[in-house]
Design a protein around this ligand. Structure first.
Ligand code: GLN
Length: 196
């Protein structure tokens, strides 16, 4: 069966995620088509969703304006997988800690935007990630951190004891950008539950 993936494309790193999910599908023996999503009506057809980084204020405003917010909530309520990265994590968080972000409350965490920014804007780190055998080269760009996690949250990775990758049911959310390397293992984990 051909899988249908959707990349929420109102703003942010869209094409990189499209390439990464295609690679992940291929490695797991699936054929896939990837739609970029700017309007309502497509998400209900999607088996899996990606919510990229960018600017969380802008992304949250546009997904509400374009009628995507309710569709994303329904996708998660149906138990279908989502990978949200960086601003995507902020947009899905229960508490974005910023009133300019109208978040979806789908990941039971509070976040702090631009939390590494005071020290340095962007950095890279080899991260141990639950579910992956080898460390993952993670790229952080004006990244948020997870300040508090709810009861049902699995913390998958941390930097200095602070969570930077979490799982809440069908959603995996990272503060870094797994789409910016050739390594699609986070996409594999989010969508196929494999470490390939
Ligand atoms: N700093 C951005 C925000 O707070 C997120 C950055 C990113 O997605 N790379 O929305």
């Amino acid at each position: 069966m051909e899988l249908q993936a959707g990349v929420v494309a109102v703003q942010g790193n869209v094409s990189e995620h499209a390439e990464a999910v295609k690679q992940a599908a291929k490695q797991n023996g699936h054929t896939i088509t990837v739609e970029t999503i700017r309007t309502s009506g497509i998400i209900p057809e999607c088996d899996l969703l990606l919510i990229p980084g960018g600017e969380s204020t802008t992304i949250s405003r546009l997904i509400h304006r374009e009628g995507l917010a309710e569709e994303i909530k329904q996708h998660v309520a149906d138990g279908k997988p989502v990978l949200a990265t960086c601003a995507g994590l902020i947009v899905l968080a229960a508490d974005p800690n910023d009133e300019r972000v109208d978040s979806l409350g789908l990941v039971d965490v509070s976040v702090e935007r631009n939390a590494f920014g005071r020290q340095k804007d962007s950095f890279e780190a080899a991260l141990d990630i639950d579910g992956l055998d080898e460390p993952f080269h993670a790229v952080f760009i004006r990244a948020p951190v997870v300040a508090n996690v709810g009861d049902g949250i699995d913390v998958l990775a941390q930097v200095n004891d602070t969570p930077v990758a979490v799982q809440d049911g069908p959603v995996i959310a990272t503060s870094f950008h797994p789409e910016l390397t050739d390594d699609s293992r986070i996409h594999n984990l989010a969508f196929f539950g494999t470490d390939k």
